[in-house]
Ligand binder design. Structure first.
Ligand SMILES: Nc1ncnc2c1ncn2[C@@H]1O[C@H](COP(=O)(O)OP(=O)(O)OP(=O)(O)O)[C@@H](O)[C@H]1O
Length: 477
């Protein structure tokens, strides 16, 4: 290429021509060409290489001898380069950019046509830039962003956990499942909306009620608990709403305030709400709508300000369909449903709960009991139909009854061993028994959660430990 072929008006746009000695322009352009950090390659209108700088060879590894005087089509055929931008530019008569992978490097290659006066391509100028470093940096940046997000969410999770622990002495909350329940409980604590707590017997519904009350603005006022299933139906109304003197035979001569009045300003917890007789459901609905009660045998309404939380292990929706529970009352009570999952669906909580209950027993009775690791494994495998209450009672019994300080699986009740598929273990078969137990637990979690990451989390071990275990136990999914 000669300087003459470049029009002066083109140069005046990018050069201060009055300060440059015209004779030097060629020198300057040549030094730019040679010192450029990007590779530059020029081919003529046939696609034959006519200029290549040192950076081009450094970046691509292709030498000037392999390119100069050679048609780029031949260079491709000989396999010296995989594809040629020059050829593409000549075919398309337009700038072309490709990303090319050469010797493990990623290259950004741009070819530009230079047109002559007649509108025909006279040269093709190609620029090559190594973008591997850039891509590497981009990957690293993305990775560190991902890590930062992960750390932030872990910190947030820990903070939330700490908050809950701070507010609740004597509550174990380890699993994601139960943490979610506590987060929801904290949210609803701040408002007076009806909360219906659902869950099997012994899952900790009452624990959630205590938490909601403690977290609410009513914490300094009473929390009154009523088990609707435990009070005979004919007494339930007077228990809830109180009675006036002489309301019925056997009634206290002075009359008596009901539990709603005692809970005034605070919270009333109606446990086993499914057991509430239908006639009382109507009266309860009125309380919820008007916040007024009338004592049995009374004539005037009494204003009350209570928050109502109810709970049941029954299927209230089905009861509504069968007309055993009033639909309007169900809707009122169930503004926010909170479902407490059974212990078998949050197995991560089992071991921390077991430790917590044993520690409490040890402290209370000056004991020094501890668990054999197999005992804990069996706890994790068992289905706990009675949920946390069953675990609590069992540990209380074991702490008192076990002969040695270490509670072993020999101390466990036979029904537990049977239900996890192992009869009382003979000492010689301990390993086999534990392996069976592990197999059963892993299979159960993998079937439920599908991925090793989630199953490992539920089992409370690392993903790599789980994968190793599965290999050892011959488990594939
Ligand atoms: N997260 C927890 N941490 C520690 N102890 C718990 C936890 N959840 C429940 N418990 C204990 O388990 C026992 C049963 O809990 P709770 O009485 O709240 O269950 P429930 O669902 O209300 O049962 P029910 O439906 O039979 O009334 C209680 O002694 C309670 O203290």
């Amino acid at each position: 290429m000669t300087i003459q072929s470049i029009h002066a008006e083109d140069l005046s746009e990018c050069m201060k021509l009055d300060r440059i000695n015209k004779a030097d322009i060629e020198n300057i352009l040549v030094s730019i060409f040679q010192s450029s950090y990007d590779g530059i390659f020029v081919a003529d209108k046939e696609g034959v290489g006519i200029m290549v700088n040192a950076a081009y060879s450094r970046i691509t590894g292709v030498t000037s001898e392999e390119l100069l005087g050679k048609n780029m089509r031949t260079v491709v055929k000989e396999g010296i380069v995989s594809e040629s931008v020059t050829v593409k530019v000549l075919e398309q008569r337009a700038p072309v950019t490709i990303i090319q992978s050469v010797r493990g490097k990623e290259l950004l290659v741009t070819g530009n046509p230079v047109f002559g006066q007649d509108g025909q391509i006279v040269y093709v100028v190609t620029n090559v830039r190594d973008i591997s470093d850039l891509n590497q940096m981009k990957t690293e940046l993305l990775h560190s962003r991902k890590m930062t997000d992960q750390y932030i969410s872990e910190i947030q999770e820990l903070r939330k956990r700490e908050l809950i622990q701070m507010h609740l002495d004597g509550v174990v909350a380890q699993s994601q499942e139960i943490m979610k329940v506590f987060h929801l409980a904290r949210k609803v604590a701040k408002v007076d909306s009806g909360v219906l707590i659902l869950g099997e017997s012994g899952v900790g519904k009452e624990v959630i009620v205590n938490y909601i009350h403690q977290e609410s603005d009513r914490a300094a006022k009473p929390l009154v608990k009523v088990n609707c299933g435990a009070i005979p139906h004919h007494l339930l109304e007077s228990e809830l709403f109180g009675y006036e003197r002489g309301a019925f035979t056997g009634a206290n001569g002075q009359g008596k305030p009901g539990l709603f009045e005692l809970a005034n300003g605070g919270t009333i917890f109606l446990d086993e709400i499914g057991d509430m007789p239908i006639d009382l459901q109507v009266k309860l609905l009125r309380v919820l709508q008007e916040f007024e009660i009338m004592r049995v045998g009374g004539t005037k309404s009494i204003k009350i300000d209570v928050r109502i939380i109810s709970a049941t292990h029954m299927d209230l929706e089905r009861m509504v369909e069968k007309n055993d529970f009033r639909r309007d009352l169900y809707y009122r009570l169930n503004i926010v449903p909170i479902k407490v999952p059974p212990l078998r669906d949050r197995r991560v909580d089992i071991v921390p709960l077991a430790f917590y209950f044993l520690k409490r027993m040890n402290e209370k009775n000056t004991l020094n009991k501890r668990f054999h690791p197999e005992t804990l494994q069996l706890f994790e495998a068992y289905n706990w139909p009675g949920n946390i209450r069953e675990l609590e009672n069992l540990i209380e019994r074991l702490a008192v009854m076990a002969d040695l300080d270490e509670i072993s699986i020999k101390d466990l009740p036979p029904y537990m061993l049977q239900s996890v598929g192992m009869m009382k273990s003979e000492t010689g078969k301990l390993k086999e028994t534990v392996a069976n137990l592990e197999r059963k637990m892993i299979k159960e979690q993998m079937e439920r959660l599908k991925t090793t990451r989630r199953a490992a989390e539920a089992l409370g071990i690392s993903q790599s430990a789980l994968v190793k275990k599965m290999k050892r136990l011959g488990l594939t999914f």
